[in-house]
Design a protein around this ligand. Structure first.
Ligand code: NDP
Length: 311
């Protein structure tokens, strides 16, 4: 039987409706949560992400500001932009779009954001709080995956969770969140021996690798929940035919001929769809959750900062 689809668009809408309703309540008290998005350089994908973050703010009634800095921006210049945003009361969340150009000290930059405004959850303080299971702003993509699993009432407690990927942005915080929900967690990476064998132990398998359709049916236990974080491009007809089940091929080949590529995850749907119990599609799975969670984190930062001010 084909896997049930975990619809990230539907869950993202649900999250955004909740945010919009709360933003409306705050507006009655004269409060408007504000997000500043900082983009350095002219990476086309980053421009698209930043554009949709600002648009989503507008749609949900949040205040937003966009800063576009040239590719040769120095660490010092970027620090001064962030320090200014840290001081401004109407800004509750600061997002510095990754990746940053190589001349910039990314760790220093992420640690220069006020932890109370760190809506990406990259600041050392928030990372530490997450590890200690204390109240923290948590990276949007893994936090969104937890919302997705909860929405579909997929039990996490006691489950074997295997996370492939150990980045600071996805893999590590994902593993921590699953651990705090009482899953038994295994983290895999490029040096893991017998990756398919380890992955087959998973009740919940999360692929955050950045390798086109690497996770095949051989990695998946019958009935497992498979969450595909990857965002890669297939650029040839052969790839499309190898990766996608027959039912999806025509549509994908059309996209390929129109745009020169089609979006594909780290999971190979052709061989996984009939083995998994649940599967996130790409696009329409994890991607929309990331922006929805950014909005939720901005709202949370706004509420928290005001609570703390009252004390
Ligand atoms: P990184 O490149 O930072 O990390 C990739 C991880 O995968 C590393 O830990 C690496 O291991 C591991 N890996 C690479 N090759 C293999 C392999 N052959 N076998 C096992 N493990 C391997 O990527 P990110 O975590 O930032 O992103 C992962 C994917 O998720 C990307 O496609 C990215 O575009 C996507 N993404 C999607 C988001 C969304 O909103 N949908 C948001 C963020 C990311 P090692 O540490 O040993 O090198």
């Amino acid at each position: 039987m084909a896997a049930e689809i975990l619809n990230g668009v539907e869950v993202a809408e649900h999250i955004k409706q909740g945010v919009a309703a709360r933003v409306k309540e705050l507006a009655e008290r004269g409060i408007k949560p504000g997000l500043a998005v900082v983009l350095v350089g002219d990476n086309p994908a980053s421009k698209v992400y930043v554009g949709s973050k600002v648009k989503t703010c507008e749609a949900l009634g949040l205040y937003s500001e966009k800063y576009e800095l040239p590719p040769d921006t120095t660490t010092e210049r970027l620090l001064s932009v962030i320090q200014d945003l840290n001081q401004r009361d109407e800004i509750d969340g600061i997002l510095v779009q990754a990746p940053l150009p190589s001349q910039i000290d990314s760790k220093l930059i992420f640690d220069s954001v006020d932890p109370a405004k760190d809506v990406d959850g990259f600041h050392t303080t928030n990372v530490g709080r997450l590890v200690r299971n204390e109240d923290a702003l948590v990276p949007c993509t893994p936090a969104g995956i937890i919302e997705l699993l909860d929405y579909y009432k997929i039990p996490i407690s006691g489950a074997n969770a295997v996370v492939i990927g150990r980045s600071d942005i996805v893999g590590k915080p994902m593993a921590m969140l699953m651990l705090h929900r009482n899953a038994t967690v295994t983290i895999c990476h490029s040096k893991t021996r017998d990756l398919p064998g380890v992955a087959r132990q998973a009740d919940i398998l999360i692929a955050a690798i950045g390798r086109t359709a690497m996770v095949t049916g051989d990695f998946v236990r019958e009935g497992a929940v498979v969450v595909d974080v990857g965002m890669n491009n297939a650029t040839t007809t052969e790839e499309v035919e190898r990766i996608f089940p027959e039912a999806e091929r025509v549509k994908r080949l059309e996209v390929l001929s129109k745009r020169g590529s089609t979006l594909v995850g780290d999971v190979e749907p052709r061989t996984v769809i009939d083995k998994a119990g649940w599967l996130t599609p790409v696009p329409g799975g994890v991607g929309p959750l990331t922006i929805a969670m950014l909005m939720k984190n901005t709202l949370r930062a706004a509420e928290k900062r005001r609570e703390e001010k009252r004390v």
